[in-house]
Design a protein around this ligand. Structure first.
Ligand code: DHB
Length: 390
């Protein structure tokens, strides 16, 4: 049996940022990750960081490579009826900007930072049980099953992780919504076709043009949740992207190139309340999932662990439990704001299952409003760049 102060289950952005914030406060932790290092460093996910996320990472010394390699954006485009409308996010949101930097690149930086502290981070370490009364995590590593005793457990192991699943039925209220859509995402080796992100509303379904670097484009297409990937050869993907991203401007052309990676991701909204059971605190996707429109998942995870690190510090320094007790409510305020924004962006931009004409008119009305009223555009902008961290 081993002992630590905080057992962190999961080495995604939530677990790794928390580990670092605790390290800076002199608090011991052990991070357990069930996948290999190669797996977590290669998993292609979203790539938009809010202003506040970057500020936090910078303040704690986790953003050196990010500042060298990121792309800074000041606006997005909403494309509908063949016409693009720019939303000047930075201008509308008090100078706050967006950072484009792949999540897996950030995870590489976070892993390197953790290893540099000399504190434990175990890969291929699968937690099988989490007990919150006498806080203990049972896990298997190198074929050996071990118990990790601690004061506090941080469940940062995602939606499918064991942490939330170990909480007895009925202890948490679950709020959930499934969407009849999914996103087919591709990473392509080609120069972005626009300087900014393009969110496209089209009768054939939503499309998104994003990017990772001056040479790598990231693109998404709305598809059905059960969409078989093998029905999407590269040429079909490019054809569909060309159609949905097309515009009246004769100078416009979608650059294509080799597709490096493709995958389909389902969309759901999910929240548990409270984000805690005894000495187990859930953070990031273990506690909530947002649909991808607006790229909020990672940012919400970072906001959670900022609150959690401060609460854990108060616990060790002054024996105070009040911030731990307030953790869930503090986080859920932001979680529900972001849930609403992600649901709203999703609802405005995705074709309904049956192409219902009434819904279509509502969506177009909302798109025209948000691209013509400064008040409406400002609301989108302040949510998109991110409200100040708690
Ligand atoms: C990306 C993902 C998103 O969900 C989004 O809204 C914008 C960009 C991306 O992966 O780049």
């Amino acid at each position: 049996m081993t002992r630590t102060q905080v057992a962190i289950v999961g080495a995604g952005p939530a677990g790794l940022v928390l580990a670092h914030l605790l390290h800076l406060r002199g608090i011991d932790s052990v991070v357990l990750e069930r996948h290999t290092r190669e797996h977590v460093e290669r998993r292609i996910l979203a790539g938009v960081l809010e202003h506040g996320t970057v500020e936090l990472l910078t303040a704690v010394g986790l953003a050196d490579r990010l500042h060298r390699e990121r792309m800074v954006h000041h606006g997005i485009e909403l494309l509908f009826e063949g016409v693009g409308h720019r939303i000047p996010l930075t201008e509308l949101a008090g100078g706050r900007e967006l950072t484009i930097y792949g999540q897996h690149e950030l995870v590489k930086d976070l892993i390197a930072a953790r290893l540099a502290t000399g504190r434990p981070l175990l890969f291929s370490a699968e937690a099988s049980a989490v007990s919150s009364d006498e806080p203990t995590v049972t896990f298997t590593h190198n074929g050996q099953t071990q118990e990790l005793r601690c004061d506090i457990i941080a469940g940062c192991d995602g939606y499918h992780g064991v942490s939330r699943q170990s909480i007895p039925d009925g202890a948490l209220t679950v709020y959930e919504r499934e969407y009849p859509h999914a996103w087919l995402g591709v990473l392509a080796q080609t120069k972005p076709s626009s300087d900014e992100l393009i969110y496209a509303y089209h009768d054939r379904g939503f499309a998104l043009h994003s990017m990772r670097s001056p040479e790598i484009t990231r693109l998404y297409l709305q598809v059905r949740p059960d969409e078989p990937l093998d029905e999407w050869p590269d040429e079909r993907i490019w054809g569909e992207l060309r159609t949905r991203l097309d515009r009246a401007d004769p100078g416009w052309r979608l650059h294509d190139g080799p597709i490096l990676e493709k995958s389909v991701a389902a969309m759901r909204s999910f929240v548990v309340d409270p984000m805690r059971h005894g000495r187990l605190f859930l953070a990031g996707d273990a506690a909530h999932i947002v649909p991808p429109t607006g790229a909020k998942g990672l940012n919400l995870a970072v906001a959670d662990v900022k609150v959690l690190a401060e609460a854990i510090q108060a616990f060790y320094e002054g024996g105070r439990e009040d911030l731990l007790d307030a953790y869930s409510a503090t986080c859920l305020g932001r979680v529900w704001r972001v849930q609403h924004f992600s649901w709203w962006m999703t609802s405005m931009l995705h074709r309904t299952d049956d192409g219902d004409p009434f819904t279509r008119q509502l969506q177009l009305s909302q798109l025209r409003y948000v691209t013509s009223s400064t008040a409406a555009a400002t609301s989108l902008a302040e949510n998109y760049v991110g409200l100040p961290l708690p």
